[in-house]
Design a protein around this ligand. Structure first.
Ligand code: TYD
Ligand code: MG
Length: 455
């Protein structure tokens, strides 16, 4: 029998980019030292196997949909990020740094799900006993939850056929391997092949499947980005290890919006939902401190009030430092330039630090006016009145531009007891002021700062 030839190929463990030769830097995702060698059988083309029956084609109106295809897992923050619940047969990837709380979240989600149906939790990292101890601590009720400590894909697939679960959880995809491929567990080809086979199972049996994927900085194991294109939904669990808050963000969702976020707090009894994130993020606010401003940010359908902090101090040496945490530093540089050129504040020889309190990340332009106000407040050493909230985008000419969903932002500000709101003039005409909240329309950065620091 002729020997099957193999050839070497180099695959990026971060994004899956493939190259016939080794490269120090991945040309696709620009990570260093992430290309690893793998051997693949040459001529591994996708020949059409005529013995398999072809799938039938349907006219659109011949396809019937069930009325309630979504199942809620009882954690409303998770359900909302998923687009209203779990769609049958959906393949969901949960990515995040090791230790951020992915296993905890899924174990809590499975609690409710296993009361109504069977759930199989495959753990490749911990023993069944360890998972059981954690489940007890989290107060998971003994429902129809089955644990399987296994890493061989073939054995997992056999068990799925035997148990026939309604939900499948794989924790984590990087520990699972198939004997069909020679490379080590966690390599790109293993991760991709195992995920591919699990996805076929999910689609053919209409079995909702969650897979956990660790994100690693050093590229030693394949990251979830390698799988992003094939799964239905990609959720990232993020948070600052120094803060108890965790944010679940949808990056891709075939069954819902990608703007939604879920906010959780890690406690000694697991993750707790944070229903009113604004109240928590503002709880530790240092009131009447220069450099602190509250903005209303909208994530998906949900307004969140957060505190922005800026510190402007004179730099002792030649080059001033510009540091931004939780916010794009390019926007901070742009706003510093606007303050210099349009407002006439001299910040060139100052160190500038901007931070979003609570470890939150803000990436919408509506935060511009807040950043500008925080910078000016710190520089002038004047406080922004404590019951004032601001939002608006700032253009290069120093003009304040309209942002999306002004009503949502205003309503949330009024609900939390703010009495004055600076907003873009062009947004003001389309909204009605709630009781006890005065709207102050502004057209330019200059005008906004005059209003804030007039006395
Ligand atoms: P885990 O879910 O194991 O993280 P991942 O699966 O993403 O690697 O979470 C581990 C961290 O969470 C660990 O640092 C301890 C913390 N934790 C709590 O603070 N309280 C709890 O009830 C649990 C289960 C974990
Ligand atoms: Mg884990």
């Amino acid at each position: 029998m002729a020997q099957r030839k193999t050839k070497s190929i180099y695959t990026c463990s971060n994004c899956g980019y493939q190259s016939p030769k080794w490269l120090g830097k991945c040309p696709d995702c620009h990570q260093w030292n992430t290309l690893l060698e793998e051997t693949v059988p040459s001529g591994r083309g996708k020949a059409h196997r005529s013995s398999e029956p072809a799938a039938a084609a349907f006219r659109l109106d011949e396809i019937t949909s069930n009325d309630d295809p979504r199942k809620q897992c009882g954690i409303s923050e998770l359900d909302r990020v998923l687009g209203g619940g779990i769609v049958s047969g959906s393949f969901i990837l949960i990515g995040g740094d090791p230790g951020i709380g992915k296993s905890t979240l899924l174990l809590q989600a499975v609690d409710q799900l296993s009361q109504a149906g069977k759930a199989l939790y495959v753990t490749g990292e911990e023993s069944c006993l360890q998972v059981k101890m954690r489940a007890e601590r989290l107060g998971v009720k003994p429902g129809q939850l089955f644990l399987l400590a296994e890493t061989a894909l073939e054995a997992i697939l056999d068990k799925v056929r035997e148990i026939n679960p309604d939900y499948l959880i794989i924790d984590s995809i990087q520990t699972i391997f198939t004997t069909q491929i020679e490379s080590a567990p966690g390599s790109v080809s293993q991760v991709r092949e195992c995920a591919g086979q699990l996805m076929q199972l999910a689609k053919s049996q209409a079995l909702p499947t969650f897979i956990v994927g660790h994100v690693t900085k050093d590229g030693s194991i394949a990251g979830p980005r390698v799988l992003e294109h094939m799964v239905d939904t990609v959720l990232y669990f993020e948070g600052d290890p120094g803060h108890p808050y965790r944010i679940l963000r949808a990056v891709k969702n075939r069954f819902g919006s990608t703007n939604e976020i879920g906010v959780f707090q890690m406690s000694d009894t697991g993750l707790r939902e944070v229903k009113n994130p604004s109240e928590i993020f503002l709880a530790e606010r240092a009131e009447d401190a220069p450099g602190s401003v509250v903005i209303t940010s909208v994530e998906g359908s949900r307004p969140i009030l957060v505190e922005l902090q800026a510190l402007v101090s004179s730099a002792p040496y030649g080059t001033a430092r510009r540091t931004a945490m939780g916010i794009d530093h390019n926007r901070v540089s742009l706003l510093v330039a606007v303050l210099e050129k349009k407002v006439g504040m001299s910040l060139l020889s100052h160190d500038i630090f901007v931070n979003v309190a609570g470890g939150v990340k803000i990436d919408e332009p509506a935060a511009d006016l807040g950043i500008l106000a925080a910078l000016a407040s710190s520089h002038l050493n004047k406080t922004v009145p404590r019951r004032t909230v601001v939002f608006g985008e700032i253009g290069l000419a120093g003009e304040v531009r309209a942002v999306s969903q002004p009503e949502l932002r205003i309503t949330e500000a009024a609900r939390l007891g703010f009495t004055r709101c600076l907003l873009p003039a062009s947004n003001c005409s389309s909204v009605e002021a709630p009781e006890h909240l005065t709207l102050c329309p502004v057209k330019s950065a200059q005008e906004a700062l005059e209003l804030l620091f007039e006395n």
